[in-house]
Ligand binder design. Structure first.
Ligand code: S3P
Length: 425
């Protein structure tokens, strides 16, 4: 599997801020992460790929050491890249203009701008608080205590990163657990980070600023959000079996596996171990008869990027699968709830949606439809996987978007026996 996208972004950014040379192996070389590497270079960091072993070397500039970029930083399609970088730069005395593609420019940034303003950072945003925007880092930052109003690891991370170069203690209170790679990796880089509980029992994370990070060696494990497509492909195919080696098994990321198993999927895990501070293992999935289930809202943060491919699995299950607590899907690379519903509709799958829920009634899938991907890699890959087991092939309107997170998706799937055709316009 390609390297985990969340960990890849963080490895580059934390390396950029540390003292010394961080060496990263297994970095995801998808467009989102390459844009983060370019962003770090634009901020004065030396970032190099060694072609002999495909490792990435980042020579960090230390806390507060970023330079103002000469031109607008383009984060492409990546909300994670843009939002974490806003936190990274918020307490540096520089200005930076940031933008992205049409998808990223349509996504809400107020959720990041508002807590960062608490540090004294100023923003000139486009209408609706969106990108392009210019960030003016706080020259004399003050630390903040921030309770997350949305379950978002991106917001949590941005605040913690800003806190690294503010004096005193910055605390994030997290009522709903989200992916914890930032906390784990910051510990590994030697940040002063502690964990506690707010009065109501919510988890709190505190960083004390002005402690330099130390360069590390990072091994990026396989991305469970990319593996999701391959595992579901095996499950819905006849006589399918696939093993994904060295897949990240952090439980803030494994909600899809829990759900697929509840649906009756044959998934087994071997060789469980810890690698680079994260649990990993080899995951095997085999063809399975699936049944519909109700997926609780509390599980959403641990499988937030996997709902499109879960909807595809549900389309082949007996009975109805109900997914709830999906409001965040509205503000991903596309409005994923609407994009999934439209894709199901185009391929003859019975479904219902509300503001923040989706119900899919499975069985045989006719297929034959064309799915509009709206610059959303996961919509494209999920519906191409549907085409493996539908009666007629499934078409997506944009064959390039997969490169965002899964370069080589097509040849990878061809290696497993999938057949693709280039549609003519
Ligand atoms: C990510 C967090 C999630 C996820 C995104 C990656 C991260 O977003 O959807 O693909 O690396 O922190 P939110 O934290 O905004 O839900």
């Amino acid at each position: 599997m390609p390297g985990d996208k969340s960990i890849s972004h963080r490895a580059l950014m934390f390396g950029a801020m540390a003292i010394g040379e961080t060496i990263i192996s297994g970095l995801l070389e998808g467009e989102d992460v390459i844009n983060t590497a370019r962003a770090m270079a634009a901020l004065g960091v030396r970032v190099e790929r060694w072609n002999d072993d495909a490792s990435w070397h980042v020579n960090g500039v230390g806390l507060g050491g970023f330079q103002s970029p000469g031109q607008t930083i383009d984060f492409g399609n990546s909300g994670t890249g843009a939002r974490l970088a806003m936190g990274l730069l918020a307490t540096n005395p520089i200005s930076a203009r940031m933008s992205g593609d049409a998808s990223l420019r349509s996504r809400p940034m107020g959720r990041i701008v508002s807590p960062l303003e608490g540090f004294g950072t100023r923003f000139d945003t486009s209408d609706g608080g969106r990108m392009p925007l210019t960030l003016h880092g706080a020259r004399q930052p003050v630390p903040v205590v921030y309770r997350l109003p949305v379950a978002s690891a991106q917001v949590k991370s941005a605040v913690l990163l800003a806190g690294l170069n503010a004096p005193g203690a910055t605390t994030v209170i997290e009522p709903e657990a989200t992916r914890d790679h930032t906390e784990r990796m910051l510990q590994g880089f030697g940040a002063d980070i502690t964990f506690g509980q707010a009065d109501d029992g919510a988890r709190s994370i505190t960083v004390r600023g002005h402690k330099e990070l130390q360069a590390q060696t990072v091994e990026v494990p396989g991305d469970p959000s990319s593996a999701a497509f391959v595992l579901v492909a095996a499950i819905i195919s006849e006589d399918g079996e696939v093993t994904v080696e060295n897949m990240l098994l952090n439980e803030t990321r494994t909600g899809l596996m829990v759900t697929l198993r509840e649906m009756g999927a044959d998934i087994s895990i071997a060789n469980e171990r810890v690698s680079g501070g994260e649990p990993v293992g080899d995951v095997t999935a085999r063809s399975s008869k699936l049944g519909g289930v109700t997926v609780p809202a509390e599980r959403a943060p641990s499988m937030i990027d996997e709902y499109p491919v879960l909807a595809v699995a549900a389309a082949f299950a007996d009975g109805t699968t109900r997914m709830q607590g999906l409001h965040e899907l509205r503000v991903k690379e596309s409005d994923r709830l609407a994009a999934v519903a439209a894709g199901l509709q185009a391929n003859g799958v019975v479904h219902h949606t509300g503001d923040d829920w989706l119900e899919v009634t499975g069985g045989k899938v006719a297929g034959g439809g064309t799915v509009v991907t709206h610059l959303d890699h996961r919509i494209a890959m999920a519906f191409l996987v549907m085409g493996l087991a539908s009666e007629e092939p499934v078409t997506v309107d944009d064959g390039n978007v997969m490169a965002t997170s899964f370069p080589g998706f097509r040849s990878f799937m061809e290696g497993l026996g999938a057949r693709f055709e280039d549609a003519t316009a």
